[in-house]
Design a protein around this ligand. Structure first.
Ligand SMILES: Nc1ncnc2c1ncn2[C@H]1C[C@H](O)[C@@H](COP(=O)(O)OP(=O)(O)OP(=O)(O)O)O1
Length: 740
């Protein structure tokens, strides 16, 4: 009988192992399928660009061409058109549907404002924000163009006048702005539009921020979906969709929603050559971050105009206060500041009387200040789209400007607990985390890949922190450290405890609650910062995952084993970390991390740069959505890799093997502080920020969404971590595939 029992146990084990392998292969298949779609789309775009698309629409011999060029100068005072402007205007003037993707500040507005002047009738512009409409109408009035908006504040007389103009062929009204809600909710207005259409006066439908149609996009607005009926109701009206940021997937979705599958697509390059992209490690203490930022602004951006983006209203108020105390002329802007005060601050900033606007995302759309020399993210954005768009407010005058993100592991959980209920919320946050954790890839290459654009990194021109420095990465084996993480999580699960990232780190370092510590697990002789990075990469790769729990006051993120946890537990798996070559002299974490070409004299020398950005290399990176940013991979025992061309396995460059030791030699002197018993389990280093893994305590109320609406968040109970939930997955052998 014992023989059979033994065989049964072995059979079960093997079945478990096979099912995890199948799962892994299916994930890999899905990931490759998605990449194939993206690559197909990139290639389609680039080949169609070279044939008819660009060339055909680039001409200046259309019937409207002379008029267009004349009005461009006489009305808008513009001498030459920017890339994609002429093509877009020619397509929409030909009554064809079109989508234009152009970076912030690229000149999208002209592409419908000028055609509106050349066309009979009225151009209807759907825009997400009333303030955005007001800004545009103000500019149009300056040019002597009749434009107006219809919103909830419109008087009866105004509504009547607009409705008359919609049907009056002698009316001077050229552009009518409305919100998507107005279209979706007002049957009366839709009826008027039908009359305008029948009268032949509905000349064009423009949809600004068209990515809001898609729930895969970063700012989905349900009422934008209503726009799907416009093509059916008004088939002869050309649609022009505009956005600064849309991935291939979002674009495909938007085309479907708007019923314009064959629309012309013009994509100006995402690349803003004058912007220098940089990520800095954010110190754990608020005051330290402030003094670093003050030094940065003083040295690199003295008397220059800039924006500091914050996560919450409270954070923006505190940062403003601190900057002012350090003598920086700063003004605070968020949705809860009275409208009049907001306008004043905005105007003072436009006039350079205030140099730095410290704001939530409520400060964004419609900003048209040319000389913004820097955009600093005091906390990470919720998506790459947001990060790109917010950063893109710098350098609209094409002069060199800097886009700097302060990254801290704890901030990831502030964002994730906010967005995890959204369709792609977590993926979006992890995309930003992945961008920030990367230690070597050209920032532009990462952004290009995100937006599905072909990119040759040599074109970066040393305009990002990675291309501008000469550092070498070196892989180190961290398999044991990775397994330690899973051991702590497993023990917590077995003892019915929940574990946040903060508590996990504490337990790992031998601090905090005794019940979470694992007997026989020595604290790693690696700095906390590096441990955070390892956990960060394990999250990106699916070895662990966040598990969200609601309390009456907040949302808490706990860490549990991920779908790929068992890969790491298997004997053949190896986990490696890339870190900066220790032959370089290694600085402290909080030194100024990077130099930038225009300001090298202001910066500390490269030799003093931080080494703290390490990169985890884990199994089967291509299964991960984010592996492309991190370049992570996992290796099997034989250290083989499958070449993409031949499909054959080849031997990989060896990873420096530290598997006999938990200690990673990062070239730093590591002194472990003795574990101190504290009343609170919070690490004091986080005391001025959030506890990792919880959403927001009272200090972080009122995070803001893009449209300036408030999202209320409530207190996170610290010390609330009592149970652990762990997802069970079968055991398996690791499959080795290295992405590099
Ligand atoms: N061809 C051009 N030559 C010179 N200036 C131009 C040209 N086209 C547009 N502009 C100016 C007008 C504005 O001041 C500025 C930005 O244009 P705008 O249409 O507001 O950009 P945008 O709509 O793409 O940006 P955003 O996404 O921020 O709204 O550039």
């Amino acid at each position: 009988m014992d023989v059979y029992r033994k065989e049964l146990a072995e059979t079960k084990k093997e079945l478990d192992s096979i099912s995890v392998e199948i799962d892994s292969l299916l994930q890999r298949q899905a990931s490759l399928q998605q990449r194939k779609t993206e690559l197909d789309s990139i290639l389609r775009q680039s080949s169609s660009k070279s044939d008819d698309n660009d060339k055909k629409w680039d001409k200046q011999d259309f019937v409207w061409s002379n008029n267009l060029l004349e009005k461009m100068g006489s009305v808008f005072n513009i001498q030459t058109l920017r890339p994609m402007q002429l093509q877009t205007m020619n397509v929409t003037m030909s009554s064809k549907d079109c989508m234009l993707i152009m970076p912030t500040g690229g000149g999208k507005s002209l592409c419908f404002q000028l055609p509106a002047l050349l066309s009979k009738g009225i151009t209807l512009v759907v825009s997400p924000l009333v303030s955005l409409m007001e800004d545009q109408i103000m500019v149009l009035e300056k040019y002597g163009i009749d434009a107006t908006k219809l919103d909830a504040s419109a008087s009866k007389e105004k509504v009547k006048a607009v409705q008359e103009a919609m049907l009056d062929k002698n009316a001077s009204l050229k552009l009518l702005y409305v919100t998507p809600e107005k279209l979706a909710k007002s049957k009366r207005f839709m009826a008027k539009l039908e009359k305008m259409y029948q009268a032949g006066r509905f000349s064009r439908l423009v949809i600004d921020e068209v990515h809001c149609c898609s729930q895969w996009g970063h700012d989905f607005r349900p009422d934008y979906k209503f726009l799907g009926i416009m093509k059916r109701q008004f088939p002869e009206v050309p649609i022009l969709g505009l956005t600064a940021t849309a991935t291939t997937k979002v674009l495909e979705d938007v085309k479907k929603i708007l019923n314009i599958p064959n629309c012309h697509l013009f994509k100006a390059s995402f690349n803003r050559p004058n912007l220098f992209y940089e990520v800095k490690v954010k110190p754990s203490a608020f005051k330290e971050t402030i003094s670093e930022m003050v030094e940065l602004i003083d040295k690199r951006f003295r008397n220059k105009s800039g924006i500091v983006y914050c996560f919450t209203q409270k954070e923006s108020e505190e940062v403003t206060k601190e900057l002012r105390q350090h003598g920086i002329k700063a003004g605070c802007y968020h949705a809860n500041i009275p409208t009049k005060q907001k306008s004043q601050i905005h105007e003072m900033w436009l006039a350079d009387k205030i140099l730095v606007i410290v704001a939530t995302v409520a400060f964004g759309m419609g900003i048209d200040k040319p000389n913004v020399r820097f955009v600093i993210h005091h906390s990470i954005s919720k998506s790459m789209e947001n990060l790109y768009q917010e950063s893109g407010r710098a350098g609209r005058d094409d002069q060199r400007s800097d886009c700097i993100v302060y990254y801290r592991f704890a901030d990831v959980f502030k964002q994730s607990t906010m967005v995890f209920t959204e369709q792609t919320g977590l993926d979006n946050v992890y995309g930003v985390m992945s961008y920030c954790l990367d230690i070597s890839k050209c920032r532009r290459a990462s952004i290009a890949r995100h937006f599905g654009e072909l990119w040759d990194k040599s074109q970066c021109n040393k305009m990002c922190d990675h291309c501008n420095k000469d550092t070498e990465g070196e892989k180190r084996d961290v398999t044991k450290l990775g397994k330690n993480v899973l051991t702590i999580i497993d023990q917590a699960s077995a003892t019915d405890q929940r574990i946040t990232a903060l508590k996990l780190l504490d337990a790992w370092e031998g601090k905090g609650a005794g019940s979470l510590k694992v007997r026989g697990l020595d604290p790693p002789k690696v700095s906390r910062d590096k441990l955070e990075r390892i956990i960060g990469h394990m999250l990106l790769q699916g070895f662990i995952r966040e598990d969200f729990h609601f309390t009456p006051y907040n949302t808490i993120s706990y860490l549990v084993a991920g779908a790929k946890a068992n890969f790491l537990k298997s004997e053949s798996a190896k986990l490696a970390v890339e870190f900066l070559n220790k032959r370089r002299s290694l600085p402290t974490q909080n030194s100024n991390t990077h130099t930038s070409p225009s300001s090298q004299s202001d910066h500390k020398p490269l030799a003093k740069q931080s080494d703290t950005k390490l990169k985890l290399v884990v199994i089967n990176s291509e299964n991960s959505k984010f592996s492309n940013f991190t370049g992570t991979s996992i290796q099997g025992e034989n250290d083989l890799t499958k070449t993409k061309k031949s499909g054959k396995f080849k031997r990989k460059k060896p990873v420096i093997d530290d598997s006999d030791s938990d200690d990673l030699d990062f070239g730093e002197e590591f002194k472990r502080k003795p574990a101190v018993k504290k009343k609170s389990s919070r690490d004091t280093r986080y005391s001025e920020y959030e506890p990792i893994g919880t959403s927001h305590n009272n200090d972080y109320l009122n995070s803001e969404s893009l449209n300036g609406n408030l999202c209320k968040h409530q207190d996170a109970e610290s010390g609330n971590d009592s149970d652990v939930i762990i997802e069970n997955v079968g055991k398996s052998k690791a499959i080795m595939i290295d992405s590099e």
